[in-house]
Design a protein around this ligand. Sequence first.
Ligand code: AMP
Ligand code: FE
Ligand code: FE
Ligand code: ZN
Length: 283
Amino acid sequence: MNNFRADLHCHSTCSDGTKSPGELVQLAVNTGLSGLAITDHDSIVSYELALPAAEQLGLKLLTGAEFSATHMGSNIHILAYAFSPKDPYIVNFCAKHTLRREKRNREIIAKLSERKIYINYDELNNSQEGVPSNKKTIGRPHIGMQLLHKGYVSTLQEAFSKYIGEGKPCYANVDPFSVEETLETIHQANGIAIIAHPHLINNIKIFRQLLDLNFDGLEGYYAKFPPQEQKRWVKIAENKRWLITGGSDYHGDIKPHIPLGCSWVGEEIFNLLKNKFQENTKS
Ligand code: AMP
Ligand code: FE
Ligand code: FE
Ligand code: ZN
């Protein structure tokens, strides 16, 4: 048995992680990982920012993203892999997500201000580590961190549970994309579409409906899933003849209890995705 391990789910400063793409590559190598896919929310720019460090340090890097979609009013996260970083369908889709998020974030800020909680939109985009500000995905964690920074809440968790979590008074969802159109875009790019962290979908009816859509797999190994939990998802995926992927969902300092590499896939799954990636990027 070889000791190849690849983490296929983590976030950089291109979305709501606290490490830059280059720092993530370095951390992956220090952790003993052989492969990595950075899956920023609704963004693919981390791949090209991470590539120089990955080539220098001998880490195998795959394209990735975690797309936000809505199904029957619930947020569903869809992991995409192996597309070309220049694929026009994906690039265009990310641009549309940026516009959607800008409207959504402004609406959340307006709802907060009705409660005399004042967040300045421009403060959310304090871009760092060489990530161009127009390429950074701004999400609720950035709003939550500002609430924390300004003393409106005492933990990030409190920001979500009091104000900006799904169904809370300052939550907003504007012009969301459906799961179906997200799957269509990923497949137009000849990418792989995976149901992220399936245990977070607590409406069984929604989960059953997702099982009938044309996903390519589900995330059976996630963060610190106990073995029983893994078995459950592996069984469901095997029944569907779906791929089983895995990753930590590392976000850096904002979720300090989750280390990079705490869930991973072996060489067989990684190579399957890598072969698809090579097919999509050969000229
Ligand atoms: P957004 O995509 O902007 O709607 O933000 C969703 C992200 O917020 C998720 O991917 C998580 O990283 C984070 N998040 C969601 N719920 C919570 C929570 N209760 N506490 C901390 N972070 C959360
Ligand atoms: Fe996140
Ligand atoms: Fe997620
Ligand atoms: Zn994630």
